[in-house]
Design a protein around this ligand. Structure first.
Ligand code: FES
Length: 121
């Protein structure tokens, strides 16, 4: 456990995302109205920067590039989405968002292998 301060909760408006860096680790904070999530700042599909391509509405984060989407309350994948979001554990204390950061969460983008697997199924 390594709880680190990311930001004031008021720094991230409702239904929006904002990127921060904590000890060299880039983190996207998402305010989905009913709560917050802290996630890696790139889409798990094709590495789009979610601070640009991500929109938040009705507790769902959607990457507008190819419309992968995740319910931020349950983390369920929506529609055609094929990979789960990775998240940092967070807590919201006295107006401050803290995350448990032991290292950077990353995705494996070996997309050529994925395509080959799909192709030969
Ligand atoms: S890059 Fe985000 S959905 Fe494709």
């Amino acid at each position: 456990m390594a709880w680190k301060r990311i930001c004031e909760a008021t720094e991230v408006a409702e239904n929006s995302v904002k990127k921060f860096e904590v000890d060299g680790v880039p983190i996207l904070v998402v305010n989905y109205g009913a709560g917050f999530r802290a996630i890696p700042p790139i889409c798990p599909h094709m590495e789009e920067p979610l601070e640009e391509s991500g929109v938040v509405a009705r507790c769902v984060l959607t990457c507008t590039k190819h419309l992968w989407a995740w319910n931020l309350q349950t983390l369920e994948m929506q529609g055609e989405t094929e990979r789960p979001l990775k998240t940092y554990d967070i807590k919201h204390e006295n107006g401050v968002i803290l995350a448990d950061i032991d290292g950077e969460l990353t995705y494996d983008f070996d997309s050529e292998d994925d395509m080959d697997d799909d192709f030969f199924k």
